[in-house]
Ligand binder design. Sequence first.
Ligand code: WT7
Length: 633
Amino acid sequence: MSVISNEVLLKSHETYHSPDRIINNAKISSENYLKLYKKSISDPEEFWGDIAEKELFWFKKFDSVLEWNYPNYKWFEGGKINICYNCLDRHIKNGKRNKVAYIYTNENSQEIKITYGELFESVSRFANGLKSLGIKKGDRVTINMAQTIEQVIAVLACARIGAIHSVVFGGFAPHALKLRIEDAQSKLVITSTWTQRRGKKIMIKSIVDEAVDSLGYNVDIIVAQRDGDNLELIENEYDFHKLMSGSSPECEAEWMDSEDPLFILYTSGTTGKPKGILHTSAGYNLFTHFTSKTVFDLQDDDIYWCTADIGWITGHSYLVYGPLSNGATSLIVEGAPDYPNPARWWSIIEKYRVNILYTAPTAIRLFMKYGIEYPAKHDLKSLRILGTVGEPINPEAWIWYYENIGNKNCAVVDTWWQTETGGHMIATLPAVSQKPGKAGLPFFGIEPKIVDKEGNDVPVNTVGLLVVKSTWPSALRTCWGEPERYNKYWKEINGYYFAGDLATIDEDGYIMILGRSDDVLNVSGHRIGTAEVESALITHHYVAEAAVIGKPHEIKGESIKAFVVLKDNAVIDKHLVNDIKFRVRRELGSIGVPDEIEFVDKLHKTRSGKIMRRVYKAKELGMDVGDLSTIED
Ligand code: WT7
């Protein structure tokens, strides 16, 4: 749990009214929000049924809106749909063929634009390419690529033919990638030769090679070669661009059942093994479409920029599917936020006249540290909506964002949600008043509650567990191959959806998220399990045991600290700490590497042998260690 000072708590009670230019033009006014919200809760089936019919294209209309078979549910049964069709074909048919879908740029300010018409053709060709390799509906395809238009093409082509994509963030290590390929039993891996970061090339293809080498079966690999690369491909490897250009541009979109799987996305839980969150076709399409449209108040000529990596759920929902389903023009930016200089993002906003920026508090805090002189040199007046996601935003960062980036003339929209939820759950709409540091009010159809462990509502402004009363269209459908793990979400607390976050609710119904209630860390908006880091640590030959905690960090939100017990034969020299860190980087990837490692003689454990991470955390923060009656020593 994050530590919140009194001063911060006070500031988060202030209310900020959105500027008139937003209130007067927003798709959903404050009054309409309340009216529609009430309807969405009292009659969710009518609410979602109407929107589904109005907003999406169906090959065949659904017979029912929702069927609950607790803890499972089916949305839009009997419907036939394809999300790729909704993202591309229907826009082509509605006169948007020449509208720009994406503008790609990178650290060298290179620029590539692709229209809806061109994207449609590339996706269709690539989808035929996938078919020529024997990929069909229901097959799993792992995507581990650079943040490029090719990655979007790969994702959409899978959706077009009904193959289930599993995108793995490019920053994971070979072993972590291998686990994810193996768990999904993917037949194919799509990769890029390299990605760009701080002026350097990070060789992704070699990570894929290493992952695949230790795999117990054979997979095909498609490689997107970049900027004149000339990698020699071996027998089971195919060139992305050759495969695409050599395939026909005619590819009918597969008629998917509403509940046919769309993708798996692995995320961290409380055990060492990541969970494969499964999302399905229609409900996910509807919810990401409708949240994009209303939370970002997307207007037809907007330039929209979501800074997330496609490898995370934010990238899936709000860089690929949501904006495309609305026919929006998005930026896709490769490389580091502050390279080649700390003004990079502000010059991009100025150059492309960005209207909507969607980013994470960790980035905002990084720019705060650089100072206001960087944004001040740029014309940011095109901005209208400033979104934030991924971790609690401290009121200081919220206000800095509002004043220095938004020039006090934008709506700041904090969006709380998760890989599991598929789309925004708590997100105060732009025309509704905001409170800095509070995620705020629920989205349509979402009924959050703050409860104790027994499921009873806690009083206002009291810390409790965040749960959601019923299902919503883009809720996870299962954990791939682990239905028990899925059931836990609904069975932990009184039949509610258990989010794993701590939160409070105030007298106006505004919810403030305080951080995770479980052993999951949030480092720079990236979700990492303490157990995952511990498992990586003990692969080092001198490490006997390890306990990992998160510590508050000025920029990253949380930083990782590890307490390590060494084996008796360990040779402690000045290289050992770095060597252990290196081991974690090789095993898990750079996002899991501890900032601090402390050697201890033994670990505090419960009598049943569980590591008492909370004791380490309390000690580290100088807080009361609490009840130690179950401790072993
Ligand atoms: C966890 C989910 C949702 C996309 C990115 C993260 C934290 C997310 C917020 C927010 C406070 C937030 C929660 C949540 N989180 N958004 N606006 N305010 N905390 O997705 O990797 O599945 O992580 O991120 O702790 O449980 P994820």
